[in-house]
Design a protein around this ligand. Structure first.
Ligand SMILES: NC(=O)c1ccc[n+]([C@@H]2O[C@H](COP(=O)([O-])OP(=O)(O)OC[C@H]3O[C@@H](n4cnc5c(N)ncnc54)[C@H](O)[C@@H]3O)[C@@H](O)[C@H]2O)c1
Ligand SMILES: O=c1ccn([C@@H]2O[C@H](COP(=O)(O)OP(=O)(O)O[C@H]3OC[C@@H](O)[C@H](O)[C@H]3O)[C@@H](O)[C@H]2O)c(=O)[nH]1
Length: 348
């Protein structure tokens, strides 16, 4: 390709995208898809990396600032010839030649995203702008992990993708939910204005091994509490509902979305709906029947009900979750027991 410089009117010079190195497509170099995962050291991201690395044709690059993620989640890949880990904050520009970008970087637990709300909104807005700029520059397809929180405290139930939501724009959760709404807007504007190939997943509550033990999310809290023999802290009123998706199902859905033809937004979640009291009862029965359940204060703007309508995911992705909550909780227990160093009591 001819390298033609252009002046944009104020003396600054713009250049066309860099051409990939020819060696990349040589017969001696096997990888044919280079994939960037932002936030790949986190909970969902690291499971996604595991799955992407199973395909020997993939090279995977993770960019993460380790705010809520950890190198430990990726330890089996560090040093692998098809894997690279970069300490990078997505609020700063990044240039890497990639074919696909899974853009996950953002703290997800309410405790962490409220810890530094200005940083959270910067991550969602400037971080997504930077990743869209990268996608535009190198011609990559980009998938955003948006959230069911774009529906706010929903007045329609279950939530379809056509619902515009009920969000408090100035509340303590808005750095995250309004941040993700702007991120979705940016994705569509880049798609319409610059022809970028986009995919948007609206993820509903996801759980599984490798969640941070004390990150404050309800499933990780209850499992850690049950294993430690502490009371399960149900926040009031306890009748609020959530729908919990096992992480392997989630990763499968994200990859189908990335590699399919539909831009989304598409709800990806498990429609099984539980109150927090029901969740506590399930955890207690499965993990430690001796623990008690205690009611504690809630936080502002906590959504009262949430359940995905996944008709679109079934139709356009041929995807639906396979793991029911009670099975997933048991799969997660093993990982938490190992990390907490509390083995299961042998049955008498
Ligand atoms: N887990 C869920 O229930 C859920 C639900 C809806 C949406 N999501 C979305 O999925 C994505 C992953 O969630 P998760 O549960 O794995 O969360 P997580 O907190 O475990 O992972 C997020 C990762 O992003 C990294 N990160 C945060 N800010 C960054 C920044 N500025 N630059 C670079 N890296 C940064 C963190 O260090 C971490 O590794 C997030 O975008 C989240 O909003 C998750
Ligand atoms: O110890 C606890 C923690 C939480 N809860 C309750 O459990 C429910 C779920 O809370 P979580 O903190 O796990 O998660 P939320 O549903 O509020 O947010 C979540 O949903 C969408 C994602 O985008 C977010 O990343 C995710 O954390 C809330 O009603 C909360 O009040 C408890 O009852 N006890």
């Amino acid at each position: 390709m001819a390298q033609k410089d252009a002046t944009n009117g104020n003396g600054a010079t713009t250049r066309p995208p860099p051409t990939p190195s020819p060696i990349r497509f040589s017969k001696f170099f096997q990888a044919n898809m280079r994939i960037l995962v932002t936030g790949g050291a986190g909970f969902i991201g690291s499971h996604l990396v595991d799955k992407l690395m199973e395909n020997e044709k993939n090279e995977v690059i993770v960019a993460d600032n380790f705010f809520t993620g950890s190198k430990d989640n990726l330890k089996k890949w560090i040093g692998h010839p098809r894997f690279e880990l970069i300490r990078h904050d997505v609020t700063e520009p990044l240039l890497v030649e990639v074919d696909q970008i899974y853009h996950l970087a953002c703290p997800a637990s309410p405790i962490f995203y409220k810890h530094n709300p200005v940083k959270t909104i910067k991550t969602n807005v400037i971080g997504t702008l930077n990743m869209l700029g990268l996608a535009k520059r190198v011609g990559a397809r980009i998938l955003l992990t948006s959230t069911s929180e774009v529906y706010g405290d929903p007045l329609e139930h279950p939530q379809t993708e056509a619902y515009w939501g009920n969000v408090n724009p100035i509340g303590v959760r808005s750095c995250y939910d309004e941040g993700k709404r702007v991120a979705e807007t940016l994705m569509f504007d880049y798609h319409r204005q610059h022809g970028i190939e986009i995919r948007i997943a609206r993820i509903f509550n996801t759980y599984g091994p490798r969640m941070n033990i004390d990150d404050g999310r309800v499933v990780s809290n209850f499992i850690a509490q049950a294993i430690r023999g502490e009371a399960l802290t149900v926040q009031k009123p306890g009748t609020q509902t959530r729908s919990f998706c096992y992480v392997a199902d989630m990763v499968n859905g994200l990859m189908k979305l990335m590699n399919g033809d539909n831009t989304g937004p598409i709800n990806i979640g498990n429609p099984g709906e539980f109150t927090m009291l029901e969740l506590a009862e399930n955890v207690k029965e499965l993990i430690n029947p001796e623990v008690t359940v205690t009611m504690t204060e809630n936080t502002p703007d906590d959504p009262r009900q949430r359940k995905p309508d996944i008709t679109k995911a079934k139709e356009v992705l041929d995807w639906e979750p396979k793991v029911v909550l009670r099975d997933g909780l048991v799969l997660m227990e093993d990982d938490f027991r190992e990390r907490l160093a509390v083995p299961k009591k042998a049955k008498a």
